[in-house]
Design a protein around this ligand. Structure first.
Ligand code: 6PG
Length: 254
């Protein structure tokens, strides 16, 4: 039986940011309540920034059990954290510096060392924070992803499929905008997550959203997201969803 993803539609980008922040609150509260911790990984780029900013506002900040939250990054550009393209640097200014999350629970990727070494170090940090042995792939509670207009997610870009083989959970790659060295979580790690939330906004993403969701054979990187036993939720604004086939949203379990 064809499984339709969970799709939630927000009227506009501001409502989408609020919806994403609500998901963060609900998932964090559930994780801390059930397991005394919430292991999450954030994406960079522009889409999540407004939502990240909301996490520091009274409306959301006071509802998040920061004492139990561990923040990781799905990917990171190999630049200084004060560089405007740093995903961690953006999150730090958007909310981390304004909330009571223990410093040792914020896990930015190492970026000022040789990229392959950085990928290895980050993989070790993830494993040691989860407290699993090196052979077990950690299961994040919730991973927030974006997609590019080329169908990439994280820093898993079209044409780099050969890099994803070999089973490493964190990779060193080069590409994207900016075209720089990057550290990225790989599909074996992403697909272990209990909940994967893709957040997509804007008219310019409408075509790729339709391709990804309605053309399963398109062979796009983000279509390799096949959670082992987790769920996938798409949070779209009206513009990003406008090219989905008529009736598609009725079938989605949203
Ligand atoms: C990155 C991101 C990347 C992002 C998409 C969408 O570091 O570039 O993690 O995967 O989610 O490129 O980016 P926008 O939100 O800027 O469109």
């Amino acid at each position: 039986m064809k499984q339709f993803p969970i799709i939630r539609i927000a009227e506009n980008s501001e409502e989408l940011a609020v919806l994403m922040a609500e998901f963060f609150v609900v998932e964090a509260a559930r994780g801390v309540q059930q397991r005394n911790r919430f292991m999450t990984a954030l994406s960079g780029g522009t889409t999540p920034r407004r939502s990240h900013g909301l996490l520091a506002t009274e409306r959301f900040n006071s509802r998040i059990p920061w004492h139990g939250v561990h923040l990781f990054w799905v990917d990171e550009r190999c630049v200084d954290i004060d560089d405007e393209s740093s995903n961690f640097g953006s999150a730090r200014s958007d909310f981390i510096q304004s909330v009571e999350i223990p410093e040792n629970q914020v896990h930015p990727a190492p970026t000022m060392i040789e990229p392959e070494k950085a990928a290895e170090e980050y993989e070790k940090e993830i494993i040691s924070t989860f407290g699993v042995d090196a052979l077990e792939i950690p299961r994040f509670d919730c991973i927030f992803l974006g997609i590019g207009t080329d169908g990439h997610t994280a820093s898993l870009f079209p044409g780099q499929e050969m890099l994803w083989e070999g089973g490493n959970t964190v990779l060193a790659v080069r590409g994207g905008k900016p075209n720089v060295d990057r550290i990225t979580m790989n599909f074996p790690l992403l697909n272990q997550a209990k909940h994967t939330v893709l957040v997509v906004s804007g008219k310019e993403k409408a075509k790729i959203v339709r391709e990804v969701l309605a053309c399963p054979e398109a062979g796009l990187p983000v279509q390799r997201l096949k959670p082992v036993c987790g769920k996938v939720t798409w949070l779209l604004d009206r513009e990003a969803s406008e090219l989905l086939p008529v009736g598609f949203l009725d079938k989605s379990s949203g």
